[in-house]
Ligand binder design. Structure first.
Ligand SMILES: [Ca+2]
Ligand SMILES: [Ca+2]
Length: 81
């Protein structure tokens, strides 16, 4: 019986850890969190941290510069609300 309780505890710890490994939820995405090198633009590589952002990247990149400014990115956060 004790073994079952221990196993259940281990399973819930494992579930907790893997939840933390998931990409940031859309409502928690901020420009600062994605702009890893803090150059004021989100590159395609930086955007790859978020699947939804990658899918929207080309559409969001209004001037087709290959990067997203904070202004371009703001349309993504608005759309995901
Ligand atoms: Ca950047
Ligand atoms: Ca751009």
């Amino acid at each position: 019986m004790k073994k079952n309780i221990l196993l259940a505890a281990m399973v819930s710890v494992a579930a907790f850890v893997s939840a933390n490994d998931l990409v940031v939820a859309a409502d928690e995405v901020t420009f600062q969190a994605i702009d890893l090198d803090v150059n004021g633009e989100i590159s395609l590589a930086e955007a790859s941290a978020n699947e939804a952002l990658i899918e929207a990247f080309a559409e969001l990149d209004a001037d087709q510069s290959g990067t997203l400014t904070e202004e371009e990115f703001s349309l993504f956060t608005l759309a995901s609300e």
